[in-house]
Design a protein around this ligand. Sequence first.
Ligand code: ADP
Ligand code: ZN
Length: 296
Amino acid sequence: MSQKNIYGGLEGGGTKFACVVAYGPDEIIDETRFPTTTPEETIAKAITFFKRHAIAAIGLAPFGPLDLNPASPTYGHITATPKPGWTGANICEQFRRAFDIPIACELDVGAAAFGEYYWRPENRRLDSLVYFTIGTGIGAGIIANRRLVHGLVHPEAGHFRIPHDWTVDPYAGNCPFHGDCFEGLACGPAISQRWGQSADKLTDEHPAWELEAAYIASALTSVICILSPQRIVLGGGVMQRKQLFPAIRHKVQELLNGYIPSPVIMERMDEYIVPPGLGHRSGVLGAVALAKVLIE
Ligand code: ADP
Ligand code: ZN
């Protein structure tokens, strides 16, 4: 009788690394989290953790920007990150040297999109899904035709332009590259800087949330018009503010103004724009799923 495989999954964030060893979301065997320090120390810790288990494959999902082009000489490298010491870090290569098993490499938010798609039965029926994280930064993983979208590089859907009315919101945005792109206007640190108080400390009644919902709705409206995804999952620290969900759904409907002839958008918005089914584990369990599909 063949034994069931166990898989490793790693989500490498700018502030912490999360690692799991699991059969799947309901059968997690071991799990750890530790702060992101230097690449040497952090990657060594992760390798030591996975070495304790007889895993069949590993999925790695570090923060980006990440070179995911297998033909590139810098494949697997973290490219120009503002995170000190991490530009040029190559988690994938170091794992390949340490383990003689298949290794998948994907951007953290791509893995999160794949995790939500692969493990959640309500998503698995779909062909397309977009996962946004709205946290320290903004990024998206895009599933189209049941596959993660990669192109020139990976999608950078946190950095497109959205309308910015300077009379309503004189804040210039905090993106070091674009100022008032979507991330520059709507990520957690932008909310904190605009209002002079940490985003997680603002009251639920604060006007910050209406503006935040408007920016997110504006971005999602473009995404819906361009990609026509069958579901949009919104994760990340800022989306812990649950009141944003109904506000965003309502504003998306308002902005689309009846133009998209889908009953999901007309009548079932609460099934269309949703929180992550895997909670805070979308990324790490997505990495597990990417490992699993490598050897299936
Ligand atoms: P990261 O993006 O670094 O992986 P998170 O997704 O947890 O981390 O996002 C962190 C950001 O989310 C911070 O800017 C923080 O202020 C914001 N945040 C965390 N919790 C809340 C909350 N309850 N309400 C609003 N913003 C929050
Ligand atoms: Zn930007």
